[in-house]
Design a protein around this ligand. Structure first.
Ligand code: SAM
Length: 276
């Protein structure tokens, strides 16, 4: 079932309540998402004008997973496919603080939120799940390995399965990790395969529009010019007080405020070639 009407990007009438409910679950789970980001992720799950699966790369203790799954359960849109080896394999992963794995906390979060049935969990690397993947994807949420090689690999492996009109969203584009910001600027904002794009909190997103993405090129270029300034400052923690100040200054110039549902519905519509 599509949550939004494919042609008009009409929003579900209970969207505000759905986002509130998702945020209550997100805030109760351990992990790394601000309220602005959590609510935006719920909006993406509920109001992406395309059909297909929601894929999450990098679940950690289930904070984003429970938000996506709360929306999927409410609207009956099928499972959220969540993949993570739960061993913090990348140098950019959060510290497990002595735990061998985040798996127990992850499954506890799902149970607490009452969404275990809606999540198809793969205790595996994204590249291993990709090897047997064939399902269409409407929302690709990348929050795994934050090195450039890792984030780029995730985009390369899964973008071929994203349906026109679907959304690719990357966490931590406004954080001092090297990968997400470079993938966002060089591989998404610079590509005419993508249409409207933006940043909310530290989530960089773009709609996959392989047929008419060029119509949005100047909009993407404007954002890319501002975001690209962060790249030389993003390889590891910015060094020195001056570099930190410069980073903060450039980051403030990348628009990354709250995205209201009504604004979303105006910007992110079903591309013509994807309408049934
Ligand atoms: C920043 S955390 C994810 C945070 C989570 N989305 C949340 O809302 O709290 C990154 C996670 O990515 C996982 N990870 C690292 N490399 C991965 C890969 N190649 N495939 C899947 N998961 C990976 C790590 O085990 C870690 O749990």
């Amino acid at each position: 079932m599509s949550v939004v009407s494919p042609e008009t990007a009409e929003l579900p009438p209970d969207l505000d309540a759905a986002i509130d409910a998702a945020w209550q679950q997100i805030r109760a789970a351990p992990g790394f998402l601000t309220e602005r980001e959590g609510r935006f992720l719920a909006l993406l799950a509920a109001a992406t004008p395309a059909r297909g699966t929601i894929v999450e790369i990098g679940s950690f203790k289930g904070k984003s997973t429970v938000g996506l799954a709360t929306i999927a359960a409410r609207y009956g849109t099928g499972p959220v496919v969540a993949m993570d080896p739960h061993t913090a394999p990348s140098a950019t992963d959060p510290d497990l603080e002595g735990q061998a794995s985040s798996w127990e906390d992850f499954t506890a979060s799902l149970r607490r939120a009452g969404v275990a049935e809606v999540v198809e969990a793969h205790r595996a690397f994204s590249r291993d799940v990709a090897a047997g993947w064939s399902r269409p994807i409407r929302l690709l949420w990348i929050d795994g390995d934050h090195t450039y090689a890792g984030a780029r690999e995730d985009l390369d492996l899964y973008l071929p399965h994203v349906v026109p009109g679907g959304i690719v969203a990357l966490h931590d584009v406004l954080h001092d990790f090297d990968g997400p910001i470079r993938v966002f600027v060089h591989d998404m904002l610079a590509s005419n395969a993508f249409g409207p794009a933006g940043v909310c909190g530290s989530i960089g997103w773009a709609q996959y529009r392989p047929e008419d993405g060029d119509r949005f090129a100047s909009e993407r270029r404007r954002l890319a010019r501002r975001a690209a300034r962060l790249i030389p400052l993003s390889s590891g923690a910015p060094q020195g007080t001056l570099a930190k100040l410069r980073y903060k200054l450039w980051r403030a110039r990348v628009p990354h405020g709250t995205v209201l549902p009504a604004e979303w519905a105006l910007r992110v519509t079903m591309p013509p070639e994807a309408a049934p």
